[in-house]
Design a protein around this ligand. Structure first.
Ligand SMILES: NC(=O)c1ccc[n+]([C@@H]2O[C@H](COP(=O)([O-])OP(=O)(O)OC[C@H]3O[C@@H](n4cnc5c(N)ncnc54)[C@H](O)[C@@H]3O)[C@@H](O)[C@H]2O)c1
Length: 255
């Protein structure tokens, strides 16, 4: 097997449609020599159907990242398909509607807590659930949306992403001595189910179209997926706690 990820075994979360960033990661990873196990949440039969569209059909394990039983059983379930893991991809985000679209000042704690549980704390939970399968050289990669700024309509999801970015640095700190890296890809706006659930998401679309120095395609998940592959590969052996922007250069430009 040849390719950037030849021989690597990956756990990829977050596929729900073939527009999911995770679907692009799984596809590209297989094309580059990796063996992929997917996790699915909620509509498992849908995820299984999408999994069949990959170059190699991939097994799907049910994981709700807020379910402690799912997390406790994860390593054993993964072992049914591969004997270890070289990489874990966290491509998961969710916030109740009250937390998005300008609702920052009114969203109740219970809803904010859900957003933080699913989108932030889960980064650590997933990594720890997979850790028994990992060895030095392994990598955890997640997806963020640049949380250094307060964006219109992103609201508590922005706070959750700021937490995710910090959690990735702490994971890098705590897993570094085991030789495991933690890095994030900060993607520009992409038309996925998660994005469509954000009222006013079109504001991002317009801003990127006007200002990204390299231009930006809202329907091309591959640039973000490629960066995930690079971070999972052996080509960033001394990089951890890092955030790589894949946003057409938008973050570097002042208004
Ligand atoms: N689409 C964008 O514009 C964009 C930009 C930057 C970062 N991101 C991030 O990329 C990641 C993937 O999102 P996407 O845009 O591909 O959308 P998506 O809707 O395709 O994927 C989101 C995934 O999260 C999963 N999920 C939600 N709750 C879960 C739970 N409790 N347990 C397990 N899985 C759960 C869903 O099943 C889904 O597969 C998210 O972290 C998102 O915030 C997206």
């Amino acid at each position: 097997m040849s390719g950037l990820l030849a021989g690597k075994r990956l756990l990829v979360t977050g596929v729900i449609t073939d527009a999911s960033i995770a679907f692009s990661v799984a596809k590209l990873a297989q094309e580059n020599g990796a063996q992929v196990v997917l996790t699915g949440y909620g509509r498992l039969s849908l995820v299984e159907r999408i999994a069949k569209r990959l170059p190699e059909p991939a097994p799907v394990i049910e994981v709700d990242v807020t379910n402690n039983e799912h997390l406790a059983g994860l390593a054993d379930r993964v072992r049914e398909h591969v004997d270890g893991l070289d990489g874990v991809v966290h491509s998961i985000g969710f916030a109740p509607q009250s937390c998005l679209g300008g609702g920052f000042l009114d969203a109740p704690w219970e809803d904010v807590a859900t957003a933080l549980h699913v989108s932030t704390f889960s980064y650590k939970s997933l990594a720890m659930a997979a850790l028994p399968l990992m060895s030095p050289g392994g990598a955890v990669v997640g997806l963020t949306f640049d949380a250094t700024k307060a964006w219109p309509v992103y609201d508590w999801m922005g706070v959750a992403k700021a937490g995710l970015e910090s959690a990735s640095r702490y994971l890098a700190l705590h897993l570094g001595k085991q030789g495991i890296r933690s890095n994030l890809v900060a993607a520009g706006p992409l038309r996925t189910i998660a994005a469509k659930s954000i009222p006013g998401f079109d504001q991002f679309e317009e801003a990127w179209a006007e200002r990204a120095p390299l231009g930006w395609s809202l329907t091309d998940q591959e640039p973000a997926a490629r960066a995930c592959l690079a971070l999972l590969s052996d080509w960033f052996p001394a990089t951890t706690g890092e955030i790589v922007h894949v946003d057409g250069g938008y973050h570097a430009i002042g208004s």
